[in-house]
Ligand binder design. Sequence first.
Ligand code: BEZ
Length: 212
Amino acid sequence: MATLRLGDIAPDFTAETTQGTLNFHEWIGDGWAVLFSHPADYTPVCTTELGTVAKFKDQFTERNTKVAALSVDPLKDHHNWILDINETQNTTVNFPLIADHDRKIAELYDMIHPNADEKATVRSVFVVGPDKKIKLTLTYPPSTGRNFHEILRVIDSLQLTAYRKLATPANWEKGDDCVISPSVSNEEAKGMFPKGFTEVKPYLRLTPDPEI
Ligand code: BEZ
């Protein structure tokens, strides 16, 4: 399968999960979604990742974003492993784990990288918008647990810039100044950004975060 790229429609699928049958596009609805794969159940780094996502649930919900995890393990293993995650990470797993035992979704999303591991999924992340288009892809190796603060930060940027002619600079966090798109003239910027802007260079203009 061809690599999925930003702006592509996230392939739709129906799958069995720890929270019942899930149709991906229906489940996303008019919100945002994160689909992320982990190499295998009953592994240490994955245990910490899924525990972390459970603890971040409210922060995803605040961003109108649903989260689903996926590996090629069977549903029974997912259910049993969740008990370990809850116990060791002091949390309650509160999002669906997709059981992709026939690897259909993993292949659809190119989550198996045979030169890294022939059978297991790598640590892929897809952020999908309400239009069902892919807004972000990340790929981490099995040995590196992901930074879910970064994933929340990117969602903040994606949502802020989706409908405004703004971008966010390096290491931006909610509340920091934003960058005005080069396609916007200074005259237009005056109307678009009532908080004003600073012209550091003609191509580098900063305006306060409009949502703060
Ligand atoms: C882990 O989640 O701990 C892990 C999974 C596969 C390879 C290495 C580590």
